[in-house]
Ligand binder design. Structure first.
Ligand code: DC
Length: 215
């Protein structure tokens, strides 16, 4: 038996912070599925492979597994190397490919086996767990997300300016929401949570109340 709380939404909307705190608050496990796409981007970069054209041979050599919230790639724990800006862009390119999404689907479903879990991503409520008990689409204006991103050290190049980050966010949103396979969009039955101007605590409070009511 498993119970999934799906949290989808664009980059920089506060999704990860909210998802992690919600999981703690509810006593649920937590998984960030963006790490899967980032791990493949990192591995492709290391192998000198174009992230926009991964092959079945390459994917067959990428064994990904969550142990709790930790992601292992071919037996090695992944970490801060996945947060680099070029890896984020590579992950977005990678995520357009059906081959990739098919490869990652069972990894995500396995992560939720026999547990209560908050799973964060782009297509959790639409594709990975369409029957999820609770679905949230966490979003904020692009400007608010650019401001938050600038405040997060390590997520942007040290010399990046606001306009450049805003342009990068808009470009990634456009690519993620217009791709043919599993585009970024709210599930019909998801609750849309706009975090612009809200504190993290207010958002977590609201989501926890909805999760508790659905239990
Ligand atoms: O959440 P993130 O920034 O770590 O995600 C990196 C990229 O991976 C993002 O541009 C879109 C993609 N992604 C996806 O397509 N589906 C998911 N469930 C999670 C992430």
């Amino acid at each position: 038996m498993s119970t999934v709380v799906a949290i989808d939404g664009p980059a920089g909307a506060g999704k990860s912070t909210v998802a992690r705190l919600l999981a703690d608050r509810m006593g649920y496990a937590y998984v960030n599925t963006g790490s899967l796409y980032r791990a493949l981007a990192w591995s492709a970069k290391r192998a000198g492979i174009d992230p926009g054209a991964l092959t079945a041979e390459f994917l067959a050599q990428q064994q990904l597994e969550f142990k709790g919230a930790d992601l292992y790639l071919n037996g090695n724990l992944t970490g801060a190397e996945l947060r680099a800006p070029d890896i984020a862009q590579g992950a977005s390119l990678i995520s357009k490919q059906k081959l990739v999404r098919d490869h990652l689907l069972p990894v995500q479903r396995n992560a939720a086996k026999n547990c209560w879990i908050v799973m964060e991503g782009r297509d959790i409520g639409t594709v990975i767990f369409p029957d999820a008990k609770c679905k949230f689409f966490v979003t904020a204006t692009p400007e608010e997300r650019a401001r938050r991103r600038m405040a997060q050290s390590g997520e942007v190049a040290s010399n990046a300016d606001f306009e450049a980050i805003l342009a990068e966010i808009k470009e990634r949103d456009e690519r993620d929401s217009t791709r043919e396979i599993a585009p970024l969009k709210p599930a019909d039955d998801s609750v849309i949570v706009d975090t612009t101007g809200l504190s993290i605590d207010e958002v977590v409070e609201k989501l926890a109340a909805l999760c508790t009511a659905a239990r």
